[in-house]
Design a protein around this ligand. Structure first.
Ligand code: DC
Length: 223
């Protein structure tokens, strides 16, 4: 019997667009490793802030990055970034990290630093026996895995996204982060050509997951 193919699903979208809940549900449904690349940018941001590095000080960023030893721990179905063997906690969702993560993420050297690490998550998924991976972020379908089997772009009305974030109890500048993430020169937030665009403003999480699952299942036998 031929072995089943390794599946890569890319889910991009703006802040609070529903990427995480959707990706988590898709990872369960199809036995995939869930990789939240926003949490990677957040963990590196928290570490740089902890070391007193400001995003405007690119020389310091360049100096510190090579010192960060990145590894991955798989917990349940999710990949967590370890820096020097340590997994960052809830501080990666703090107002301080929310306010500076997009500034750090706009630094090309930082994006290059994370590129191989993100692509390497496919090997992590394989070595843990997953059928594939679902990776969420801003540039997954455009830069990290442009050849992914499935590329989705989630969006939702800004007011609805602000409501969802407030419901989670987080202080976040969604519109400001989206503006910065879309306007940066390197790997901006964009709908990759050929990606399936899904507006979740008036859909429940279950409806979004059903929609994606239907599209995935329809194509799976042909992979
Ligand atoms: O998905 P999130 O809101 O947790 O992501 C936090 C920030 O990380 C986001 O504002 C921009 C950056 N990011 C990025 O530049 N590229 C990615 N692939 C994922 C996140």
């Amino acid at each position: 019997m031929p072995s089943s193919p390794f599946i890569i699903i890319a889910i991009d979208g703006g802040a609070a667009s529903g990427k995480s809940s959707t990706s988590r549900a898709i990872s369960e449904r199809f036995h995939l490793l869930h990789v939240d690349t926003g949490s990677f940018y957040r963990a590196v941001t928290a570490e740089l802030l902890r070391r007193g590095v400001a995003p405007s000080d690119t020389a310091a960023v360049h100096h510190v990055l090579p010192q960060l030893k990145l590894t991955t721990r798989v917990q349940g179905r999710s990949a967590s970034m370890e820096i020097g063997g340590h997994i960052a906690g809830e501080e990666i969702r703090s107002p301080e990290v929310n306010a500076s993560v997009s500034h750090f993420a706009a630094i090309p050297e930082l994006r290059t630093f994370l590129l191989a690490y993100q692509r390497g998550q496919a090997d992590v998924a394989r070595s843990h026996g997953f059928r594939g991976l679902v990776m969420e972020g801003r540039d997954i379908g455009s830069v990290i895995f442009p050849e992914a089997d499935f590329r989705f772009y989630l969006h939702a009305d800004p007011a609805e996204r602000a409501r969802r974030r407030a419901e989670q109890g987080h202080v976040d500048q969604i519109a400001e982060r989206d503006r910065m993430d879309s306007q940066r020169k390197t790997a901006p937030l964009t709908i990759p050509s050929g990606a399936t665009d899904i507006d979740s403003t008036y859909l429940t999480l279950e409806q979004v997951v059903e929609k994606l699952s239907g599209l995935i299942e329809a194509k799976l036998p042909r992979l």
